[in-house]
Design a protein around this ligand. Sequence first.
Ligand code: PLP
Length: 376
Amino acid sequence: MIRFNEPPFLGTEVEYIADAIRQKHIAGGGKYFQLCCGFLEQSFGADFVRLTTSGTDALEAAAILCDIKPGDEVIMPSFTFVSTANAFVLRGARIVFVDVRPDTMNLDETKIEAAITEKTKVIVPVHYAGVSCEMDEICAVAKRHGLFVVEDAAQGIFAEYKGKSLGTIGDIGCYSFHETKNISMGEGGALLVNNPALRDRADVICNKGTNRADFARGLVDKYSWTDVGSSYLPGDLNAAYLYAQLLDHEKIEKKRKDIWNRYHNAMIPLAEEGLLETMCVPDHCEHNAHTYYIKLASAGQREELMKYLSQRQIVSAFHFVPLHSAPAGGVYGRFCGEDVYTTKESDRLLRLPLHYNLTDTDADAVIGAVRAFFGR
Ligand SMILES: *Cc1c(COP(=O)(O)O)cnc(C)c1O
């Protein structure tokens, strides 16, 4: 069977975990926490990175940092994971969904301004499939209206927009290291605070609302409760696993890119025949091969192809049922403007298996099955 996803395992993770155990500090904020934060700061030229217990928790910390109050509005695409919305809903925000662009499935930057009201506080661009949103335009709209930009870069590690790492462009960036992401630690994430004015509170929020981080640095002689916060620091065994993967990230990336290119080169002729649509990566975006998807003619045809692949032991997957159409979507949010593309395009999107352990033979079997489905 060709699985849709398998978490990468390089072998070196075990040594780092053993070392973490020997440090006799396996709670949050230990040796590997520091190493991972430092590695990410250096790799991305970011000033402030903190590992978190998940991408979801990084988004929750971001919502606290933006000081979201009940009734505040947050703009985001409906085509995203539930955590993008929930993180802000937990603070009492109303979610305002804006349509996506059909080419990248990212927030349509031209439709944001019409969704802004006096209550709007944050815009959340989600970099779908590790392909960047149009950040120049989004940050310009945010600046005109005095709004924060929180990048949901959960799928965007090591991807770039005009040479800048995703997650470092808005006021705050959030990564995920869930086992389905390119680089993983089981459950985990990272919070990047790019706006210096927001930085002071970040350590406190991640440390259960205490100034424990200052205490650990010897800046205060005891620590106390200073703000709201939660338990957002991952244990050091998980951080050690992540550190091994970060050190070897190029190996993981190369493998994923090779498979991505193999799929893409094989799908282009089918697209030229008008049988399907391929993924689109704008020239100024450097993607990270997080996902390879195609678009079929309709939801019905997508279902047929999924079934066809599954009969050949190949697991494929659709993505994100739009949040505004989910049971909680109408309770906590509303769609602003017309849903021209969100539902229509997400209905016909299909992701092909893509992971570190996938062989060329596996990829060719997937390609062969897609071709055969179309009688090619
Ligand atoms: C994976 C993902 C998240 C959540 O990350 P977790 O680490 O699973 O909590 C949030 N947003 C998007 C777009 C994601 O793909």
